[in-house]
Design a binder for this molecule. Structure first.
Ligand code: CU
Length: 123
């Protein structure tokens, strides 16, 4: 009888300790995911008065940037070099989104108005 109770106590201890470590492990995995998610920010750039605002923007890899044209005039979001950014001509109220999965500095301009410039820095 006493032996049976001892075995029962040991079993309960094993389950309790095992459960504790399991919960610790899943809790730390959860916080790691939360941390990496918090570094990814979706950003908005406004195109207004023939300018990109903010003109320079910095964010983490994996973030999505959306440009929205608020001017009555059509604008584009076009990479200075390469094809990373290649929007169509955006009319008023139209948007263009791009997800950056690689780090780097991406300079862009507006094709009809080459003096409109902006920079996206992905860390
Ligand atoms: Cu423009």
């Amino acid at each position: 009888m006493n032996k049976n109770i001892s075995i029962l106590v040991i079993l309960i201890l094993v389950v309790a300790v095992g459960g504790y470590f399991f919960m610790q492990k899943s809790a730390s995995t959860e916080s790691t995911i939360e941390q990496s998610n918090s570094q990814i920010e979706d950003s908005t750039i406004t195109i207004a008065n023939f300018a990109f605002s903010p003109q320079t923007i910095t964010f983490k890899k994996g973030s999505t940037v959306t440009w929205t044209n608020e001017d009555n005039v059509g604008h584009t979001v076009t990479s200075d070099t390469g094809t990373q950014l290649n929007s169509p001509l955006l009319s008023k109220g139209q948007s263009y989104s791009k997800t950056f999965n690689e780090t780097g500095t991406f300079s862009y301009h507006c094709t009809p108005h080459p003096n409109m410039k902006g920079t996206v820095i992905v860390e």
